[in-house]
Design a protein around this ligand. Sequence first.
Ligand code: PEP
Length: 252
Amino acid sequence: MRKKIVAGNWKMNKTYQESKVLVKELKKGIKNIKLDNTRVIIAPPFTNLQNASKKTKDSSVEIAAQNMCAKESGAFTGEISASMIKSIHVDLVVLGHSERREYFGETDASLAAKVDTALKNDLEIIFCFGEVLEDRKSGNHFKIVEEQIKKALFHLNSDDWKNIILAYEPVWAIGTGETASPEQAQEMHAFIRELVAQRYISDVAEEVSILYGGSVKPANAEEIFSKPDVDGGLIGGAALKSEDFLALVKAI
Ligand code: PEP
């Protein structure tokens, strides 16, 4: 049975000291929540990744990096490699976030290369994609999402998909307070699962967790999470306060 997942993307928020406090609060709070077939993941900034990894070793909170270089090593100033991430016992990485695509020029092709490097280094991937508002308005959203997934992921084999978590994040709903309706989320998630089923055997489609991301908060989470093809959420703003994030974990 595929897992439910609540994943928090801290983005470029929290100093080292602030991150330590939040990790501590989450670790404490999570102990009081019964996790039924549910994974809880947080993606702090690189400056706190090692501390978060150490501090959550004996907890059910898992840690993800927010980005990774496609190259294995070498003269790539400012970049972080897959093996560096693995070396601090972090086994997950977020790839393809719309902010990386928009502000740092990441493309389907460059993401396909990152995906390959991550899998080669035994990193599990939370792969993000989603349409911008114009695509939604013009009715192109299915086509855009299909292209993003096909170009970055459909060269993988069925076995690789054991290490893929999908995150549908309509760009118009990220950090805007605007949420896709539970029906819009379900419609897209069912479309994505069908797409994967057509390319691979249906087991792959049934097993892959598909998260929704875009202004999920305690007030709207339960309704979104209740949809059959929504297996959890990738959370931005509401992941920065332990109270909110823990409420989302309870809502799943
Ligand atoms: C995100 O960053 O992936 C995200 C969904 O952000 P927010 O929850 O703030 O919309």
